[in-house]
Design a binder for this molecule. Structure first.
Ligand code: ADP
Length: 541
């Protein structure tokens, strides 16, 4: 027997309508690309998104079309998401930090029909436009006064496009499983692959991350959305903030410590989320400037491992609670968040920190298990590690155009490519990415765990561990270190610091000092480049 409840499809434009009606005056504040701070409200954003939807519809864009954005976090970018999704088209976030050729490749793979871009990317768009014959319309996210003189065909200013639309446009209606957003993984191995969210998955993920034991967002919060909309869907903040009615602060292109701290103070932000690199920048700025941040209550750190030392510093020195989070593009994207259970809050702080340094507990709607290579489930003992697999209603069932099929099994489990442990309290701990783990004598060494310890050394700015070929052990770890400016440290000192903190056979065989650790476009350590750079490195006997 079917139940007698209404069929109310989970379509994301319902979020912005709700925000306009119940949180209409709540602000969205942006450090704009043009320069000034721009203040707008959810009511205005909803109305302008409707105009955009009307303009796109009138120009013949429709259900299933891919429409790309190449933009920082801003109110206009948010309007694009809702306006594009509101006609059943798919917003496709391109990562501007990628190489231009890779951006063009991704846009070609997606067959984007239009491209919206920040004016700071004008020369980049000029460069790739000739290789994008499928793009019929280029939209500069600005007004006519700031429209750049550029050699880009079919170029219009966003504000002019909006003027073509009608504020009374009625959102299109379709099934909640309709594709909503497209985002490609960084492609650290092979070509990038497209994760294709649905309206339903975005709505569900937003509900999940807003919960008290997740990001704990309320309509009284002011959220600094550091995590870019072009990277893994801004961790669903673009949906969760208007759903709840939280103020949203968009940092635009400026993600350095000083700019971030300025917004935290001026907009009295209470919650933020971003990768560790940003918080390193914030901490460094606060030390150098002697300034304080007074309103922040919670920072969610993810995308790469948050070192224990960083969590401790932010919590004890700044009085800001840290929640460690893990996820990936294919999970739209948040999978775990590490708030403490009632039982663990009774532990002494150093023991609480042991749990906070893990990647957290699964959100409702994220099933997780670790298996061996034969797909046998491994014990949840916090020690045994294996392949981390996930399934749930906001997790990819396949990649766009059926690529990477090997990652999905017949029971619906997705192999994350991460190696992890699960413990009895439900906390997951990332040991490594399967391709980065160091295979020494048939056993695995976690590069991530050594890196996290190494950055605890007072002179170390950043550290990376890679495997170097070894005739007897197959691979042995090399620790690559970038020192803080003005600091000095030698290999013996570094190894002495690690000694006793990890198993003896995990100790790096050598330490190499570099000026800078290379990063991927999503802010992760670029191990492929480091491996290439140290391909000829000879370990001492
Ligand atoms: P990409 O796969 O394109 O680099 P994602 O941002 O989706 O982009 O990356 C997901 C990966 O990032 C995860 O599979 C995991 O390896 C890593 N990651 C994310 N959060 C954490 C975390 N808190 N600790 C360690 N690794 C993390």
């Amino acid at each position: 027997m079917r139940g007698l409840m209404q069929d109310w499809p989970l379509l994301v434009h319902k979020i912005i309508d709700h925000a306009a009606l119940y949180h209409g005056d709540r602000e969205v504040v942006t450090r704009s690309i043009e320069g000034p701070i721009v203040r707008t409200t959810y009511r205005q954003i909803a109305a302008r998104a409707r105009r955009l939807a009307g303009a796109l519809d009138a120009r013949g864009f429709a259900l299933g079309d891919r429409i790309a954005t190449l933009a920082w976090n801003s109110w206009r970018h948010l309007e694009c998401w809702y306006g594009i999704a509101g006609i059943g088209a798919i917003y496709h976030t391109l990562n501007p930090r990628l190489h231009p050729e890779q951006i063009a490749w991704i846009a070609g793979h997606a067959q984007d029909r239009a491209l919206f871009f920040d004016i700071s990317f004008t020369s980049l768009v000029e460069k790739i436009a000739p290789s994008l014959p499928h793009v019929e319309l280029f939209v500069a996210l600005t007004d006519r006064a700031h429209l750049p003189a550029a050699n880009i065909p079919n170029l219009v200013a966003y504000e002019d496009l909006l003027a073509e639309g009608d504020g009374t446009f009625a959102w299109k209606q379709f099934d909640e499983n309709t594709a909503c957003g497209l985002c490609y993984t960084s492609g650290t191995t092979g070509n990038p692959k497209g994760g294709l969210d649905t309206h339903r998955s975005n709505m569900l993920r937003a509900m999940m991350i807003a919960q008290v034991d997740a990001m704990n967002i309320s309509c009284r919060d002011s959220i600094l959305a550091v995590v870019p909309m072009f990277h893994a869907n801004s961790w669903a903040l673009g949906f969760a903030a208007p759903m709840i009615g939280a103020k949203l602060v968009m940092p635009g292109a400026k993600l350095d410590g000083a700019s971030i701290c300025e917004l935290i103070e001026s907009e009295k932000t209470t919650i933020s989320a971003g990768v560790p690199t940003v918080w390193f920048g914030m901490l460094q700025h606060l030390v150098e400037s002697g300034k304080q941040v007074r309103h922040m209550k919670r920072i969610v750190i993810g995308g790469a491992a948050a070192p224990r030392s960083m969590i401790q510093k932010i919590e004890t020195e700044l009085g800001i609670e840290v929640a460690h989070s893990w996820g990936m593009t294919e999970m739209s994207p948040v999978g775990t968040i590490g708030t403490l259970t009632a039982k663990l809050t009774e532990l002494p702080y150093p023991e609480q920190l042991d749990y906070k340094a893990k990647q957290g507990r699964a959100l409702f709607g994220v099933e997780m298990k670790v298996t061996d290579d034969q797909n046998r489930e491994l014990p949840r003992d916090g020690i045994t590690f294996g392949r981390l697999k996930v399934r749930g209603p906001a997790i990819a069932s396949s990649y766009f155009r059926d690529e990477g099929l090997a990652s999905f099994d017949d029971d619906g489990w997705f192999d994350t490519g991460d190696v992890a442990t699960l413990d009895a309290e439900g906390y997951m701990s990332i040991v490594d990415r399967s391709k980065d783990v160091i295979k020494s004598g048939g056993e695995w060494i976690s590069s991530v765990q050594i890196e996290n310890l190494a950055v605890g050394h007072p002179s170390v700015a950043e550290a990376a561990v890679i495997g170097i070929a070894h005739p007897k052990w197959n691979e042995r770890p090399l620790l690559v270190v970038a020192l803080k400016p003005g600091h000095d440290c030698c290999a013996e000192d570094m190894l002495g610091f690690l000694s006793g903190k990890i198993a003896k056979w995990w100790m790096p065989d050598a330490v190499a000092f570099v000026d800078e650790i290379p990063h991927t476009a999503t802010g992760k350590i670029q191990k492929t480049e480091l491996r290439a750079r140290f391909a000829d490195f000879r370990l001492p006997n």
